[in-house]
Write a protein that binds this ligand. Structure first.
Ligand code: TYD
Ligand code: MG
Length: 486
């Protein structure tokens, strides 16, 4: 009997399905992205994304299930291993997304070469570039630095192919220990009848790749491009199938690149990896705080902020510029920091710090390309805006971290003690923290506490001679502003 054809309408942005065509996707809000797909009436089972344990098909007591550590291999890139939770888990599927040209192929080529040198055959499937182009890049990134031991491994294979069936047949034969698909948008499967890059094709190819990874216990890295708005086009539909979703971000005109994980079945999603793009490929940045801060930030409108990312504190500069606006139209611009958050901070500043910003343009910028999304940057942003508005600057090197509440109070932030340690390392003279964080540091017994009114000043024990760092706990935004400009 001939296969029955069924038509569905699918959004090419987010993959949501509809029974009839409509102009706007009600799920993601995109216009003119819904396209017709013909699918065969026979239902295909979803790919099984689990590890085989031998107990499939019957319920077992959860308490009696034995667990084993995941087997991992190192990518040879510390920052990548850190984001993955301690290395590449065998049999896992990792989606690496990022804008075109951000450096996805570069980081993967470096990892592929390292894995090939240590563990054996690595298959790098390129659907975008020819073997010469991949070789040129590998020459740049794998043999840089004049180190004679760094060379392209004999076990690294490049395979310019886009048919997923051919790729998997070759892999069954060559048994690589690591497979890379660059990129999923260029792959096609004969099982689906739409063009490469469509949601149907991406799903079909991913199903086959998952089956391959789980049956052969081979890790597979899938590269995926994102749309201008930062959405994973098409691959959004496979996010739930893969084990890790990594996103590679950065500004093209700056060399800092940040690798983040949005989903990780084998580790935390808090870790970030930092790289610099150089002429010899990507270089890991271990001292992220030190490299993000260039000036002492004693100019007006510039404040050093700190957040805790994964397992390390990161310091960076927030700048604000407040200028008189053209009549009736005040601009607010935020780069590297949430726009709504800035509007909220402006409202709190107006109400609680008594400044009138109605007729002022406000620009806020996070220097160095860092975009943390953390609310711990609120206080530094507020101080930077106040400093630019008032034209006042602090007399000492100072760091500020804390969340600003709608009532103007400062709410505590996690890992403040680690931020203080890093501030000492970087040679800051004072740290402004929410009062609760500062008191906590005092209770830990490492510091002496003196209470003058509502501001708590904590000086590390043994630092009475002024050599230590001053920890200033502020209850609210006005206290923090006063302490900052002291
Ligand atoms: P690429 O990894 O090809 O980006 P993607 O795969 O994410 O599209 O990197 C592209 C950019 O990186 C390119 O514009 C040039 C730059 N680059 C360097 O600056 N140094 C290098 O060693 C390499 C290989 C690339
Ligand atoms: Mg590429």
């Amino acid at each position: 009997m001939a296969k029955k054809q069924k038509t569905v309408y699918m959004c090419s942005e987010c993959g949501n399905e509809y029974l009839s065509w409509q102009g706007q996707c009600s799920y993601c809000g995109s216009w003119n992205t819904i396209v017709e797909h013909r699918i065969s009436g026979l239902k295909e089972p979803a790919a099984d994304t689990r590890r085989r344990t031998g107990t499939e098909g019957r319920p077992v007591k959860l308490g009696s299930v034995g667990t084993s550590e995941y087997e991992r291999m190192s990518s040879g890139i510390g920052e990548l291993d850190r984001v993955l939770g301690g290395g590449i888990v065998l049999g896992s599927l990792v989606l690496i997304s990022g804008e075109p040209g951000i450096g996805k192929s570069t980081v993967i080529a470096q990892a592929a070469n390292n894995v090939a040198q240590r563990y054996g055959t690595v298959m790098y499937v390129s659907g975008e570039e020819s073997e010469e182009q991949v070789k040129l890049r590998a020459d740049r990134v794998c043999t840089s630095g004049g180190d004679p031991s760094s060379s392209i491994s004999e076990s690294l294979y490049i395979y310019p192919e886009t048919s997923i069936e051919n790729i998997l047949a070759t892999c069954e034969e060559m048994k690589p220990c690591f497979l890379i698909i660059d990129s999923i948008q260029t792959m096609y499967s004969s099982e689906a009848d739409s063009v490469a890059g469509s949601v149907t094709q991406i799903r079909a190819c991913s199903n086959l790749l998952i089956r391959f990874a789980k049956t052969n216990n081979v890790p597979v890295f899938i590269v995926a491009h994102v749309t201008k708005s930062g959405e994973l086009a098409g691959p959004k539909t496979i996010e739930h199938m893969v084990d890790c979703v990594l996103s590679f971000t950065g500004e093209r005109d700056r060399d800092l690149r940040i690798l983040r994980s949005y989903k990780n079945r084998f580790g935390t999603t808090d870790e970030i990896g930092a790289f610099r793009m150089t002429s010899g490929g990507l270089i890991e940045v271990a001292d992220l705080s030190g490299s993000l801060i260039e000036s002492d930030a004693k100019e007006e409108g510039s404040v050093i902020s700190a957040v805790y990312e994964g397992s390390r504190p990161v310091f960076f500069e927030i700048q604000a510029l407040v200028t008189p606006a053209n009549v009736g139209f005040a601009r607010r611009t935020a780069v590297g920091i949430n726009y709504n958050r800035i509007n909220m901070i402006l409202a709190v500043l107006e109400k609680k710090a008594g400044i009138n910003l109605l007729n002022h343009d406000v620009y806020v910028n996070v220097v160095g390309g860092m975009n943390t999304g953390s609310t711990a940057t609120d206080l530094a942003a507020a101080l930077a805006i106040y400093s630019s508005y008032s034209g006042k600057t602090p007399s000492r090197r100072i760091v500020a971290a804390g969340e600003v509440g709608l009532t103007g109070c400062l709410r505590s932030i996690p890992n403040a003690d680690r931020i203080v340690q890093e501030a000492v390392r970087l040679g800051y003279e004072a740290v402004i923290l929410p009062e609760r964080n500062a008191r906590h540091a005092a209770e830990a017994g490492k510091v002496r506490l003196s209470d003058n009114g509502r501001t708590v000043t904590v000086t590390p024990a043994g630092a009475e001679d002024g050599s230590g760092i001053r920890i200033i706990g502020a209850a609210n935004l006005s206290d923090a502003i006063r302490a900052y400009l002291q």
